[in-house]
Design a protein around this ligand. Structure first.
Ligand code: FAD
Length: 391
């Protein structure tokens, strides 16, 4: 019976659940897993020590595993340092390593890659040119998993994200655009919960890690909307990546390691121009339907301001590793929003896409996280539901 819940077209998207599962399993997941391991995609520039702009710090992290620790500064690509740390001695650089525990014309002048930009993303809060206390984090060493971050601190963030920034209006009253913001946040929330469930500390005494299917069922699977929103978010981000295909194909993935960099470029090309994806799901999400009405521009500004607040809230997350992944994934979503809605071309003549290197790193890592969540739900969902029926 539950199978029927997730059949048919993913709401507001253009592909069905079965196709998404099949494409993810066969094409996207393997490619993304390889991509995020490349030197270009595994280092993320982030400011982890920042003041929460809304309330005093209430860090509530219980496990040592919440923290991200320093690793040798020569580890991340030398080329990454240059544009951002101009004039600074390299000794000031720190690298972090983990411990064990809109009416949119759909065409883009995307052939115009002119180097990575440093212009701030209009959808997010972070200042790209602010280098104070910026660090590079090796994402491979800091997996998103259970950290013990829970209780009032974590609850306050999610409450603020939902109630202050994208209130849960009754669905009928919600215009399409606002509903989309809610679904993106809910989809991301589902994905975070699924990662906690897939890599959970089952026994603290023996440091035993494994799947917590009960948690996955109780936080995500028993609410069909949360699963639907996960698929929606995945297709939304996938559309952004494929819309920017020509730009991303031309982009520079240099890290100073020619063999690895060629591999990164080749994997990107396989992702961006995948014949199986183009045949089965050529338009994962149709952004051209949005921002059409008279209120279009006003609504876009309102939603942009709401999303910026959500981005700022990530500085209030009281556990370092959760903050890292929160900031990365919100920047990834902000980048998808920028690709789909912030390249203005009302005159349909000239649209220029400019992305920061860090935005692309966030975008691809976010897509990978969502892909992992979809795979986990597809593979373990039935077992989790069965387990729960038995209790
Ligand atoms: P929560 O997940 O806190 O949910 C709070 C409320 O939101 C629920 O009661 C429900 O009403 C609603 N809700 C839940 N899911 C959805 C959804 N998908 N769609 C719509 N509404 C929903 N913990 C870790 O262990 N590891 C991490 O890496 C981690 N990263 C985090 C990143 C961020 C940005 C934040 C804010 C928190 C993070 N946490 C992390 C904490 C984690 O998300 C939970 O808050 C925590 O585990 C407590 O869970 P909970 O059962 O109270 O429900």
């Amino acid at each position: 019976q539950d199978k029927h819940r997730y059949s048919g077209i993913v709401e507001d998207c253009c592909c069905d659940y079965e196709t998404v599962d099949h494409l993810n399993e066969e094409v996207l997941h393997p490619l993304l897993q390889d991509l995020v391991k490349t030197p270009f995609f595994r280092y993320f520039k982030v400011k982890l020590w920042c003041n929460c702009p809304f309330w005093p710090d209430d860090g509530m992290c219980r496990l040592r595993d919440c923290s991200v620790c320093e690793c040798p500064e020569n580890e991340f690509p030398e080329l990454f340092k240059k544009p951002y740390h101009h004039g600074l001695p390299s000794d000031d650089l720190k690298c972090q390593e983990g411990k064990p525990q809109a009416a949119v014309d759909r065409t883009l002048d995307s052939k115009a890659f002119r180097g990575w930009t440093e212009t701030d993303n209009p959808w997010t809060y972070d200042d790209e040119t602010d280098n104070s206390e910026m660090t590079y984090v090796n994402l491979q060493l800091n997996p998103e998993r259970y950290t013990g971050y829970t209780g009032p601190s974590a609850r306050r963030i999610w409450d603020a994200v939902y109630s202050e920034n994208c209130p849960k209006y009754p669905a009928e009253e919600l215009c399409q655009e606002e509903k989309i913001l809610y679904k993106l946040i809910s989809g991301l929330h589902s994905s975070i919960s699924i990662h906690i469930a897939s890599d959970y500390l089952l026994d603290e005494a023996t440091n035993l890690w494994g799947h917590n299917l009960d948690l996955m069922y109780n936080r995500v699977l028993r609410y069909p909307n949360r699963v639907q929103n996960l698929y929606f978010t995945f297709l939304f981000v996938l559309r952004a990546v494929t819309k920017a295909a020509d730009y991303l194909e031309q982009a520079e993935y240099d890290t100073g390691n020619p063999t690895e960099d060629l591999k990164t470029h080749s994997l990107m090309r396989q992702l961006l121009y995948n014949p199986k994806l183009q045949a089965a799901c050529p338009l994962p999400f149709d952004e051209a339907k949005l921002w059409k009405g008279q209120r279009g521009p006003e609504l876009k500004q309102k939603i942009q301001a709401q999303f910026k607040n959500i981005s700022a809230l990530m500085d209030c997350v009281g556990c370092e590793k959760c903050r890292l992944w929160g900031k990365l994934q919100v920047l990834g979503l902000g980048t998808a929003l920028k690709i789909l809605f912030s390249v203005n071309g009302e005159d349909h003549s000239h649209q220029t896409l400019e992305l920061q290197r860090n935005e692309v790193i966030a975008l691809i890592n976010l897509l990978n996280r969502l892909s992992e969540s979809i795979k986990f739900v597809h593979e373990m969902g039935a077992a989790a539901e069965k387990l729960n029926e038995g209790t």
